[in-house]
Each structure stands twice: as structure tokens, then as C-alpha cells.
Design a protein around this ligand. Structure first.
Ligand code: PMP
Length: 348
């Protein structure tokens, strides 16, 4: 049985979070002399002299509308990278607990584990880039707190079979994190709908990809209220700055624009795949549910260096497990993709 109290990191159990005088004050006030801010203003023409809303209420209300989830099930972070780190700090005792990752996958799970002195148990994906459920079951021990599943997966681009993730959710007593950074480009349904079913599910999404806001650093985690309460207790008080909160809120009105970009990205992805198929150094192109494709080539490093020389940067993944010879190529604008295709057609 999933029990958040046995799962929590030891010192988090009785933690008193940082609380500002403004959080504690419940009434109406117009004179704020509690936070040592500059009362005169800021050199900028906005309210930046004041600390931002620690709970990002306005953004959460908008996300509630878009995602159909209550505010109490939403965490907002300084990018979803912050949410990953906060999960480690909330649930993993350094030097004692472990997490499971399923390479090839997003690199920050390992980086965050290293920083937090948490062991990772690696269970490689299968040749089809799907979960090895038996391997995961064998790897789980009493100190396994989190399993990170990225779907659609970075760098392979494919979605992970839904039933396999559900099997994990039903059988693992720790938390299953489903990282849906690329979900907007996918034909698969989000796991957000499953939150009422599974108390041990954390779904992560971000404004950095389809929403085009990588520079603002705004990411989300969706989970049961009890998990969100813990994450809010552990996060730095003002983790999302005022400029990012205001701009993210403004951008979140623009669903139509984002949907148009997603459609165009998928059209461009198909075009790129068709063009790549004709190139004789391309051995395989893996089916993608994301805004990038993983391409197996005869000579990834040679092609990578050739492209760099022409001013085009792709990601060389040839040294990553199960990705030998692979380049990960992000879908660009039609012009950028044409430049890439024309340049690759001249590669010898
Ligand atoms: N998850 C995955 C799978 C990603 O690829 C990325 C960014 N490359 C992130 C999370 C991080 O997103 P954010 O910009 O919200 O920190």
C-alpha cells in the first residue's frame, strides 16, 4: 500500500516551512513594511519591488481551467527541473534511498540524484524503447522511493506503453513520476486523467516546449493533494519570480497560437522524416511523439561535426546507452528544416 508518511524523507516529516509575515497575515492591508523590500518602487515600471506570490495562485487558477484539475493538485516550479529536484529532496534520504531510472532517458534524473546523494538503479529500456517491467520489479527494494518514466521519452521520442505504466502504478508502493514534457506533440492521452485513480502518481509538464517559454522557467507537477503539500513545503519560498508569473499567465491565454504551432511542428516532423529516409547514411528513424526525432546513422559524430561546421547544431547521442550512431534532431521552422535537409543532402 502507498503510504506517504512511510515514504517521506526522514527530516521532512516535521519540517516547518519558511513563512513570511505576509503569508501569516489574513486581513486587508495597504502598507507593507514586513519584507524589507524597497517601498519606493523599482527601476522598472512594474511591481517588481515586491516579492512574488509564493503559491503562484493566478497561474494555478488558469492551469485549473486548462487542465481541469483543482488548484490543490497543482505544483508550479522554476522549470520542471526544479520539480524533479524537489521530489528527491522530499522523499529520498541521502546515502540511503534509491530511485529507478530507465535509460536512455532525460539526463536530469541522474544529475538530480547525484546532487542529492541518491543512488540510481538503471533498468535499460528494451530494444523497442519500452519498459522492462521484470527488470524494474527485480530492481525495486525497500529503499526505492521514485521511478522516473519519461513519456514521450527524451531522447528516443516514443511514448511508453500506457498499460506498462499502469502496471507500475498499481504494483509499486513508491511514487511513479510520469514526465510529460512533450505530451502536447503526442497522440497519447495525458496521465493527468489517472490522478484520481493512483495516489502514487506524479505527472510533470512544462511551459518550455509546446508553449514556447523555455526562457521563463515554468514547469508543473500534478499529483494528489498530500504530495503537492509536501512539495510546497520543500520548495524555496519564492521559487517562481514575478516576471515569469506575469508573463506565463499572459501566455496561457494563447491556446490557439500554441495549437497552431503544434500542428505545424507535426507537419514539419513528417516532412523531415520523409527527407531523411532518402539519405543513404540514415539507418533508422524512430517513430516520434515529440518535437524531435532520433535518427540512427552510419557516422553520428562525423555528421554532427559536419553540421556544426555549417552552423547547424543537433544533439549527438551516440555515446548514450542504446543510441549508438544516433542524432537527436529538434523540429525547427520550415526554413530551418529546409536548411538542415539541404545541408544533409550534401554530406558525403
Ligand atoms: N523533462 C524532459 C523530458 C525534458 O526534455 C526537459 C527539458 N529538456 C525537462 C523535463 C525540463 O523542462 P523545464 O524547462 O521545465 O525545466
Amino acid at each position: 500500500m502507498f503510504d506517504i508518511n512511510t515514504l517521506l524523507r526522514q527530516n521532512i516529516k516535521n519540517l516547518t516551512p519558511y513563512s513570511s509575515a505576509r503569508d501569516e497575515f489574513k486581513g486587508e492591508a495597504s502598507v507593507f513594511l514586513d519584507a524589507n523590500e524597497n517601498a519606493f518602487g523599482s527601476p522598472l515600471d512594474t511591481a517588481y519591488n515586491r516579492y512574488p506570490d509564493p503559491m503562484q495562485h493566478a497561474i494555478k487558477l488558469r492551469l485549473k481551467e486548462i487542465k481541469g484539475l483543482p488548484v490543490r493538485n497543482i505544483f508550479v516550479g522554476n522549470g520542471s527541473d526544479e520539480a524533479i529536484d524537489i521530489l528527491f529532496r522530499s522523499f529520498c534520504n541521502p546515502g540511503v534511498d534509491n530511485v529507478i531510472i530507465v535509460p536512455p532517458t532525460y539526463g536530469m534524473y541522474q544529475v538530480s540524484a547525484n546532487i542529492n546523494d541518491v543512488q540510481t538503479k538503471k533498468v535499460l529500456l528494451t530494444d523497442e524503447y519500452q519498459l522492462n517491467l521484470e527488470g524494474i520489479a527485480e530492481a525495486i527494494d525497500t529503499h526505492t522511493k521514485l521511478i522516473f518514466i519519461c513519456s514521450p521519452n527524451n531522447p528516443t521520442g516514443n511514448s511508453i506503453n500506457r498499460e506498462d505504466i499502469e502496471t507500475l502504478l498499481a504494483n509499486f508502493n513508491g511514487i511513479v513520476v510520469v514526465d510529460e514534457a512533450y505530451i502536447n506533440f503526442s497522440r497519447q492521452k495525458s496521465f493527468i486523467q489517472e490522478l484520481t485513480e493512483y495516489a502514487n502518481l506524479v505527472v510533470m509538464q512544462t511551459l518550455s516546449k509546446a508553449w514556447g517559454l523555455a526562457g521563463l522557467r515554468v514547469g508543473m507537477a500534478f499529483a494528489s493533494e498530500e504530495i503537492i503539500v509536501v512539495m510546497n513545503r520543500v520548495k524555496p519560498p519564492y521559487n517562481v519570480n514575478e516576471a515569469s508569473q506575469q508573463l506565463a499567465l499572459q501566455a496561457l491565454q494563447n491556446v490557439t497560437q500554441v495549437n497552431d504551432w503544434i500542428k505545424e511542428t507535426l507537419i514539419q516532423r513528417d516532412k523531415l522524416v520523409l527527407a531523411l529516409k532518402e539519405m543513404d547514411f540514415v539507418l533508422d528513424i524512430y517513430p516520434s511523439d515529440a518535437n524531435f526525432v532520433l535518427v540512427k546513422t552510419t557516422n553520428a559524430t562525423g555528421i554532427y561535426n559536419y553540421l556544426v561546421d555549417k552552423g547547424i547544431i543537433v544533439r549527438n547521442r551516440t555515446n548514450v546507452e542504446l543510441c549508438e550512431g544516433c542524432l537527436r534532431i529538434t523540429i525547427g521552422t520550415p526554413e530551418e528544416n529546409n536548411t538542415l535537409i539541404e545541408t544533409l543532402q550534401q554530406y558525403k
